[in-house]
Design a protein around this ligand. Structure first.
Ligand code: CTP
Length: 406
C-alpha cells in the first residue's frame, strides 16, 4: 500500500544497521521513512559498513552517520546517550543473528548495541527487523535470543519467508522497506481495538451476465482497505471480504476474495456472529442477472437488444444486523444527493446503530473523502481528509462507541 506522506510526521528515529546483505534495502528504507515524515539518524556497525557505505546513508538521511562510540563530534563524547535520548524509537534493520545474540546478552562493545542498552526503555521502544539465512534463523540459539529479546520488551518485525541472497528459500528475509514503514506506523497508533475482532466488506461486486460480461460499479475499495489497515493498527484481528479490486492487502489482515454479492453474503454470514464489529463499505450490487448465460450472448441480427431479467441480491448488512447477537454494525451510504435524509432512512431500514454517509461520485476512486456520521442522536461531519486519516478517525469513533454503549 502507498505510504501516506504524514504517517510518521514528527517522529525521530534511530535506524541501526548491523552486518548483512539486507543493508542494501536499508537505503530505500531511509528514503521511505523520510517520505512518511520522519527524521532519521543512521547508526552503523562495522559489519554494516562492509555492505553499504555511510556516505550513501548520510546523503539519503541528510545527517552524518554514526559508526563509533568514540565519535568526537559529540561535545560530551557520549553518542550512545545523546542519540537514544532524542529518539522516539530505535529500529535495527537489518538485525543480524550476531547482533541479536549480542543484544540478548546485554553486550555494549560497539555504538549500536551500546545505544540499545543505554536507551530509556520506557520511552524509547526497540524494534528489530531480523535478516539472515534460514538455517541461522531457525537455529535454537537464534530462536532463544529472539524469545529473550521479546521478553526484554523488543518488538520483532518479520522476518519474511522467500528467496534468500544465498540462493536458499525459507524464513529469514528482512521485510521490504514499505512493509517496515507500515509496521512502524502501526506501532505508533493507539491500540484502541486491542483484543477486538473486526469484519469488513470492501470494493464493488461483479454480477456475471455471461462468461465475458457482467455488471459492476466504480467502487475502488480504498475506503474499506484503509479501514482494515486502521483497525489492524489499532490492535484488532481484521478480516476483509473484498470484491474485485486492484489493491494490496494491508499487513496483518486476513483477506477473502469474492466476486458476486451472493459470494460476499456466503463469506460474511458464517464469520459475522463471532465478530465485535462489522463494517460494510462494499458497494454491493442491488440486483443480478436472474440467470447467467453459459455462453457469450451473440447478436442475432434482429437489431433487438437482449432483455436481461434481474433478481434482487441479499442485503448483507441487514442480514448481519438481524443476527440474534449481532456485532456492532456500521454501514456506508453512497448517495448522489440529500445525503443526510437518505443516510438516516437507510440506517433505520437496515436496523444498525451507525451509518457513514458519503457522496458517491465525489469519492469513488479518489484518495480523499468527506464523511457524515449518522446515528440515532444526530449527525457529525468528519471534514475532508485522506481516506487513511478518515479511517483512523472512524476506528477511534467506533472504539469509543464499543466502550461507551448508549
Ligand atoms: N449493503 C449490503 N448488501 C447489499 C446492499 C448494500 O451489505 N445487498 C450495504 C453496503 O455495504 C452499505 C449499505 O448497505 O454499507 C448501504 O448500501 P447502499 O447501496 O448505499 O444502499 P442500498 O441498500 O442499496 O439502498 P439504495 O438502493 O436505496 O441506495
Amino acid at each position: 500500500m502507498a505510504t501516506n506522506s504524514t504517517d510518521l510526521a514528527g517522529r525521530h528515529l534511530v535506524l541501526g544497521l548491523s552486518g548483512g546483505i539486507a543493508c542494501y534495502k536499508s537505503a530505500e528504507l531511509v528514503r521511505q521513512l523520510i517520505q512518511a515524515g520522519a527524521t532519521v539518524q543512521v547508526v552503523m556497525t562495522e559489519g554494516a559498513e562492509a555492505f553499504i557505505t555511510p556516505i550513501t546513508l548520510q546523503a539519503l538521511s541528510g545527517r552524518p552517520v554514526y559508526t563509533s562510540q568514540w565519535d568526537a563530534r559529540e561535545p560530551n563524547n557520549m553518542p550512545h546517550i545523546n542519540l537514544s535520548r532524542e529518539a522516539d524509537a530505535v529500529l535495527v534493520a537489518p538485525a543480524s543473528a550476531d547482533f541479536m545474540a549480542r543484544l540478548a546478552q546485554g553486550r555494549a562493545d560497539e555504538l549500536l548495541s551500546l545505544l540499545c542498552l543505554a536507551r530509556p526503555i520506557e520511552r524509547c521502544p526497540l524494534l528489530l527487523a531480523p535478516a539472515m539465512n534460514r538455517e541461522m534463523w531457525a537455529h535454537p540459539a537464534t530462536q532463544r535470543n529472539a524469545a529473550q529479546l521479546r521478553a526484554d520488551g523488543a518488538t520483532l518485525l518479520g522476518p519474511d519467508a522467500g528467496d534468500q541472497a544465498c540462493g536458499e528459500v525459507g524464513d529469514g528475509r528482512m521485510l521490504e522497506p514499505e512493509d517496515l514503514v507500515e509496521e512502524l506506523t502501526a506501532f505508533f497508533q493507539p491500540k484502541v481495538l486491542a483484543g477486538r475482532s473486526v469484519l469488513i466488506t470492501a470494493g464493488p461486486t461483479y454480477e456475471a451476465i455471461d462468461p465475458v460480461r457482467g455488471i459492476t460499479n466504480r467502487s475502488s475499495g480504498k475506503m474499506g482497505f484503509a479501514l482494515a489497515r486502521a483497525a489492524r493498527e489499532a490492535g484488532a484481528r481484521v478480516t476483509l471480504v473484498a470484491g474485485p479490486v486492484a489493491l494490496a492487502t494491508p499487513r496483518g489482515v486476513a483477506r477473502v476474495d469474492v466476486h458476486s454479492a451472493r459470494q460476499m453474503h456466503e463469506a460474511v454470514l458464517p464469520l459475522a456472529a463471532s465478530q465485535d464489529v462489522f463494517i460494510a463499505t462494499a458497494a454491493v450490487a442491488d440486483w443480478r442477472p436472474a440467470e447467467v448465460q453459459e455462453h457469450k450472448i451473440k447478436k442475432d441480427g434482429s437489431g433487438q437488444a437482449p432483455s436481461i431479467a434481474m433478481a434482487e441480491n441479499p442485503d448483507i448488512l441487514a442480514a448481519v444486523a438481524r443476527l440474534p447477537r449481532p456485532p456492532y454494525c456500521v454501514g456506508f451510504a453512497a448517495e448522489s444527493r440529500e445525503l443526510l435524509a437518505h443516510a438516516q432512512a437507510k440506517r433505520e431500514r437496515k436496523g444498525i446503530p451507525l451509518i457513514v454517509g458519503n457522496l458517491g461520485p465525489a469519492t469513488f476512486g479518489r484518495d480523499d473523502n468527506t464523511l457524515l456520521l449518522v446515528d440515532e442522536h444526530g449527525h457529525r461531519e468528519i471534514p475532508t481528509g485522506g481516506k487513511q486519516a478518515l479511517a483512523r478517525e472512524l476506528v477511534r469513533e467506533i472504539a469509543h462507541r464499543l466502550k461507551n454503549p448508549t
